[in-house]
Design a protein around this ligand. Sequence first.
Ligand SMILES: [Zn+2]
Length: 313
Amino acid sequence: MLNRRHLIAGLTAGLALSAAPLIARAQEKLPVVASFSILGDFAREIGGERVAVTILVGPDGDAHVYSPTPADAKSMTTAKLVLVNGLKFEGWLSRLIKSSGTSATVATATQGISPLKLKDDDHDHGKSGGHDHAGGDDPHAWQSVVNARLYVANIRDALSAADPAGKATYEANAAAYLGKLDALEGEIQAAVARIPVDRRKAITSHDAFGYFVKAYGIEFVAPQGVSTEAEASAKDVARIIRQVRAQKIPAVFLENITNPRLIEQIARETGAKIGGRLYSDALSTASGPAGTYIEMMRHNIRQIEKALGTGAA
Ligand SMILES: [Zn+2]
């Protein structure tokens, strides 16, 4: 006859048995590290249930300037795949890769993208006083949806190489996501077409929209260079203020990763309106208006259309 103790032992064993495969399955997820939030979103879209993605520079974070934590180093050591933007966006990352001793494959998401060369006047006003960015590449390639398609293809291929058993899943997820990107591209182009040509210009705090400018024909000027590492000089700010007045630039935009002070000053001194906040180098939190790449691009173009359109929007 079964006594109570046997019964409990039996139940416990049963639980252990049924729980075991679940735990094993969770451990089998491919550990992927993404350097910043936008890459993390792509990796989750394409990796789906097969991957466990850790993001180093999270929502509203500035990946130009970042100090890795001990937890980041730990994520690196357990990772099988590390996804980076490249084009010198994450200057702190190669040291982290080295110091963590990770054996993960490092995949560059901008591989194959034609980088925009920085103009000669996009020089670095930083401590070095040098021109180390001149002739360099603009890293903000994700700001054009055509480039985002290449990010997706690179991440799909990197996931398939790291986890060949998941290849069919990654290909199916990527194909579905690319369809959504096509629709997004159409939405952005339609919104731009509704903005009068002479109003397709605006100010942001740092030069994050070069690819957006090239792809969609809205001109962005910024007092701060292509990286947030260097502060804008008084001369740069004065130049922008003159430009806003002379060219009647209708709006200035705040960015989620930069201090609003500079843009508020420019708005005050020129009378240009603040057109809201654009998400440049990072997503918002999941509950915010730009929790995914697609939401981010959609939010940005809506803000731009609202501020630059003629009031119809
Ligand atoms: Zn940036």
